[in-house]
Design a protein around this ligand. Structure first.
Ligand code: GLA
Length: 714
């Protein structure tokens, strides 16, 4: 094996002087670099040959010589024969890269975080890689990304550039989620990773997911449960084509996650910085529940906007009116909405387009002027009418899209993403605007700015209803077509960031034909996401369970609709366990259902401090049970809320909450009980946390599509 004796471990390599931007390490690096959180240490080790190695997570420290398989960020082309993290064609055509260790900087950041930057370089080329790790000690979260730069004579081509290539023990159980439109996250699969490679990926360009998901769980050495096992949640913060590849070479498993190398070769000019998306790892040695609670805490602090604010009750008109509305029909919903306790109204699709009115999904996208027949005086009077009824007002936008039937397409047919010479392929009758073009960026920003500046608008749902199938860009040179995938998402984030900064008080919902953008890349600019167009509460129970592995319920929009025709009490109870909204024509709602909604809203307002800001305990998995059960506990453990969702008939067996203070006494109270059902057997009793956790509470539900929401107060 080749040795790079000029760069032995701990020494600062002489060639590092070529690194343009990274400040140089000031002291010799340590023998071992530890990325440390409260319960996890990721150990990196510069080897005697100058390369950087990693102690596999979940296995005993390696004795003896370090093998190439254990390289921390392996490179293609010079000896490494497994799946590489980095594959580069250098300016002179050389397809090999070697990375040796230069040094490390560890910096303390506010809130107790530590940033570790490990510098590596190629001994032959002025090519530099920095592995970056931000450790969040209390949450056992490590964010990882990679920075690449060079000073070669010409552009180098990055063919693979993983965000993370974590090395794990040999026995790994992967849980991932397959789905489709209206079935997002509904099919969790747990499988032991056998020798060979397992790939989760998408090639959709403008969204990470439709069929598979860039969020997964790895259980090390044995399958995990909610309360037992060493687990890592992996979340790639990227809203474009992604790849998570698990390479099992029978010695260990390597998890390589990042932008999908598929058709994404990136030509990096000298002096420019390429930064990969972040990979977010969350560690627990106490099973899935602890893992999620820590990830939720991280998300509320760092992964989303205003994660420490409770969310208001929302009424959306989409399921109620679809495209069929005008000013009066919408304004007619405001007074009943307020009477019910609603706090925010969201006007969905169909409010714009004149020459090509948006009366259905065939026309109008791109022409963002309010439709004069439906809204003769524009949006402002409608927002004012909502505010007069004590409702905030929000609006649906889909700024990245255009219908061929639109003025915009007529004026700028070249602005769309398509393949020359090929017949146009539409999805939902629409096309994606090419955000790599500066004029399209300017147009989309102008659109967003104009709409969100309408007086009274303080909420927006940002949709994206198709993905790329013909990825050609008229704005990119012929030899740069492969940049489309990355440049699109980078420009999208710039637009989202600009929106978030320009409208700091406007709440934003992320939506993509349902849950196509449930990822931490986009969520950092948003307050919540729409998990799925499927709002049948019997589907939402398992779906929300699965999303909750990765996302805190405060970020999950959950609306009461008529999907599945389920009892109103059941639908409301399911929505109460996340961000409560309704998609109902309140004027057509029977009085009995209206009363149930009003009761649910009152209860939701009482418990949202606990459900949005507290800790979630998943108790009974609805995928393999006749019911699902969860509970939330307030940070001070003075209050808790238990949810039981009965999916099929079955015994009213006690449900055992977790996370309570064993010493505290809790008063049991069923919130918004279903009309006509027997009172909760323990209603009004005071029971200690210890007894509640041991003996459980018998819920009031025993039949299919019944639910029980039980508050435990002190
Ligand atoms: C998507 C969204 C829906 C709704 C429609 C409007 O399908 O997921 O919630 O906003 O678009 O066209």
């Amino acid at each position: 094996m080749k040795k790079f004796t000029s760069c032995l471990s701990g020494l600062i390599c002489a060639l590092a002087v070529n690194a343009p931007a990274d400040p140089q390490p000031t002291a010799p690096g340590p023998v071992q670099i530890n990325i440390t959180t409260a319960h996890w240490t990721l150990r990196l080790l510069p080897g005697a040959d100058g390369r950087l190695y990693q102690q596999p997570v979940g296995s005993a420290p390696t004795q003896g010589n370090l093998k190439r398989e254990q390289e921390s960020y392996p490179q293609a082309g010079d000896g490494y024969i497994w799946e590489p993290a980095l594959q580069v064609v250098h300016a002179d055509g050389n397809t090999s890269t070697d990375l040796i260790y230069d040094g490390v900087q560890q910096t303390n950041e506010p809130a107790g975080l530590t940033l570790t930057r490990i510098q590596l370089h190629d001994p032959v080329y002025p090519f530099h890689v920095t592995l970056c790790f931000r450790a969040h000690p209390a949450e056992d979260v490590v964010e990882q990304w990679v920075e690449i730069r060079h000073q070669e004579t010409n552009a180098v081509t990055l063919q693979r550039m993983a965000s993370s290539s974590l090395l794990l023990t040999k026995h790994v159980y992967l849980t991932h989620f397959f789905g489709d439109w209206a079935k997002e996250m509904l099919s969790p699969i747990t499988e032991q990773l056998t020798p060979g490679t397992k790939v989760l990926d998408s090639k959709l360009g403008v969204r990470a997911e439709q069929f598979s998901n860039p969020n997964f769980v790895l259980a090390l050495n044995e399958p995990a449960t909610e309360t037992k096992g060493e687990v890592l949640a992996g979340c790639l913060a990227w809203s474009g084509s992604y790849q998570c590849e698990f390479d099992n070479n029978n010695q260990g498993v390597r998890a390589l996650c990042g932008v999908n190398p598929f058709a994404s070769a990136y030509h990096l000019p000298p002096g420019e910085l390429f930064t990969t998306p972040r990979m977010i790892w969350t560690w627990s040695n106490q099973g899935l529940g602890d893992m999620s609670r820590k990830l939720h805490r991280w998300a509320r602090d760092f992964g989303m906007r205003d994660g420490h604010k409770t969310r208001e009750v929302l009424l959306n008109n989409w399921e109620a009116t679809g495209f069929d509305f005008d000013f009066d029909r919408i304004a007619g919903l405001f007074s009943p909405a307020h009477a019910l306790g609603t706090e925010l109204f969201l006007l969905d699709d169909g409010w714009f387009g004149n020459a090509h009115p948006r009366l259905d999904d065939h026309a109008g996208l791109g022409d963002w002027a309010p439709n004069r027949q439906r809204l003769p005086d524009g949006l402002a009077p409608l927002a004012a009418a909502a505010i007069k009824n004590h409702l905030r007002f929000g609006i649906w936008i889909e700024p990245e899209m255009v219908n061929p039937a639109s003025d915009l397409f007529g004026q700028h047919p070249d602005w769309v993403i398509r393949q020359p010479q090929r017949e146009l392929e539409l999805q939902r009758n629409q096309m994606v605007l090419d955000l790599t073009r500066p004029e399209v960026q300017a147009f989309e920003w102008q659109t967003i700015q104009t709409i969100l500046s309408v007086p009274g608008i303080t909420y927006a749902k940002w949709d994206c209803n198709r993905y790329l199938t013909q990825p050609g860009s008229g704005g990119l040179a012929a030899d740069r077509q492969s940049h489309l995938w990355i440049d699109y998402v980078t420009a999208l984030y710039a637009l989202m960031d600009r929106t978030a900064k320009a409208f700091p008080d406007t709440e934003l919902m992320l939506c993509s034909g349902g849950g196509g953008r449930a990822d931490y890349g986009a969520l950092q600019y948003f307050h919540e996401f729409w998990p799925s167009d499927n709002t049948d509460p019997t589907m939402r129970v398992p779906m929300q369970w699965d999303y909750s592995y990765f996302f805190p319920p405060v970020s999950l929009a959950s609306h009461v609709t008529h999907w599945g025709n389920r009892p109103m009490h059941f639908a409301c109870s399911v929505a109460m366990s996340a961000r409560f909204g309704m998609d109902l024509d309140l004027n057509k709602l029977p009085a009995s259902d209206r009363d149930i909604c009003a009761g649910a809203i009152t209860a939701y307002k009482e418990i949202r401090e606990v459900t949005h800001l507290g800790d979630l305990y998943r108790l009974e998995n609805p995928h393999d049970n006749y019911r699902g059960a969860l509970n939330f506990v307030a940070p001070d453990r003075a209050r808790a809320v238990v949810f039981v969702f009965q999916l099929q008939a079955g015994a009213a067996a006690p449900v055992r909450p977790q996370g309570l203070d064993p010493q505290k006494n809790y008063i049991i109270h069923e919130m918004n009980p279903a009309p006509g059902r027997a009172t909760l057997p323990a209603e009004g009793r005071t029971v200690s946390g210890a007894d509640l956790m041991r003996d459980g509470i018998v819920p009031s539900c025993a039949h299919a599509v019944e639910a029980s929401v039980i508050e435990l107060g002190t």
